[in-house]
Design a protein around this ligand. Structure first.
Ligand code: NAD
Ligand code: UDP
Ligand code: UDP
Length: 316
């Protein structure tokens, strides 16, 4: 393959990472998946294991890594609040030490490197919808800070390595993404609601459910990451928002899932977690103009394959 590259994906056994491994393999590349299996699972990549251009390494990115590749996608980090708050010190270490190690690696081997950043860098945003120029509203000492500030510091490190060592960097600010291979116990809202509705359990809406999120289907998101890495000039660094600009209240999502499944579940309200952002919707003008990306899959369409996946996993 003429344009085949050696590509490292950290967090490659997770939800997004496993889809990215698959897509980059299909495109003819050599893929090295690195993961410590904290929230990722071998099941997510089992179907790729026999592939001649696929390799897997159990490794924690807070430790140095010496490999030779052309590109690095740095996705390693738990993404669900229940998981990243389980061991918050490790979460910060993963983002910060992980970024330093992967940037040090990229510097030594002159690889291009992409950081999976997050809409959480905007915190509970005072600007709506969120544009990349907005600096955010993050509580630095709250329970979400290990994730938010870890990711903010990782962005800082990416831009300092870029300025100081001329590294080719790409920073994607990913908004809420859903789809097959989210873990059943992931705790994020789309997987929780679908699993609860399938089991006929109560649907747990935190707070009044008037907080909003914008949900992007995984295939769209992965396409955006690859375009950012492959179809932008070296001096295009981002940060760039990747997400679906259609915004829903959490109550609307709950109602959609219940109606879609004809479920007997009832909606119950639980306390709103501390520092839970009230609203979130990406402004994606930059991604549109810089690499002609916009999401194609409507929530109504993306829920289908996601529900099918959870039915299979739950044996229904
Ligand atoms: P995920 O939890 O399914 O995947 C994260 C992966 O990283 C897992 O496989 C986990 O085992 C691995 N990991 C965690 N700590 C590690 C460490 N120290 N060393 C090596 N591997 C480690 O979550 P995801 O939804 O696939 O998220 C992937 C990335 O995208 C994360 O960096 C996350 O912050 C970012 N992101 C995701 C979303 C989303 O909605 N899915 C939104 C914003 C940002
Ligand atoms: N590093 C790594 N793989 C490499 C090169 C470096 O994991 O191939 C790590 C190493 O742990 C180092 C970090 O990246 O501490 C930062 O590297 P850099 O060269 O920027 O800084 P220094 O080595 O001077 O601390
Ligand atoms: N949420 C909810 N019920 C759940 C899980 C989450 O109402 O069972 C809410 C949560 O309070 C938040 C939104 O759904 O307002 C999105 O939560 P998620 O953990 O998926 O992502 P994040 O808060 O990081 O955007």
């Amino acid at each position: 393959m003429a344009n085949a590259k050696r590509i490292l994906i950290t967090g490659g056994s997770g939800f997004l990472g496993s889809h990215l491994c698959e897509r980059l393999l299909e495109a003819g590349n050599d893929v090295l998946c690195v993961d410590n299996y904290f929230t990722g699972r071998k099941e997510n990549i089992r179907h790729l294991l026999g592939h001649p251009r696929f390799e897997v390494l159990r490794h924690d990115v807070t430790f140095p890594l010496y490999v030779e590749v052309d590109e690095i996608y740095n996705l390693a980090c738990p993404a669900s609040p229940i998981h990243y708050q389980h061991d918050p010190v490790q979460t910060t270490k993963t983002s910060v030490h992980g970024a330093i190690n992967m940037l040090g690696l990229a510097k030594r081997i002159k690889a291009k490197i992409l950081q999976a950043s997050t809409s959480e860098v905007y915190g509970d945003p005072a600007m709506h919808p969120q544009q990349e120029g907005y600096w955010g509203n993050v509580n630095p000492i709250g329970p979400r800070a290990c994730y938010d500030e870890g990711k903010r510091c990782a962005e800082t490190l990416f831009f300092d390595y870029h300025r100081q060592h001329r590294l080719r960097i790409k920073v994607a600010r990913i908004f809420n993404t859903y789809g097959p291979r989210m873990a059943v116990d992931d705790g994020r809202v789309v997987s929780n609601f679908i699993v609860q509705a399938l089991r006929g359990e109560d649907i747990t809406v935190y707070g009044k459910g008037d907080q909003t999120r914008s949900f992007c289907y995984v295939d769209d998101l992965v396409e955006g990451l690859i375009r950012l890495m492959e179809h932008t000039p070296d001096d295009f660094t981002g940060p760039v928002n990747l997400g679906n600009p259609r915004e829903f209240t959490i109550l609307e999502l709950a109602e959609k899932v219940v109606a879609r499944l004809g479920s007997s579940s009832t909606i119950v309200h639980k306390p709103l977690p501390q520092d839970d952002p009230m609203q979130r919707r990406p402004d994606i003008a930059l991604a549109r103009t810089a690499f002609a990306w916009e999401p194609k899959v409507l929530l109504e369409d993306g829920l289908g394959p996601t529900i099918d996946y959870f039915k299979k996993v739950l044996g229904l």
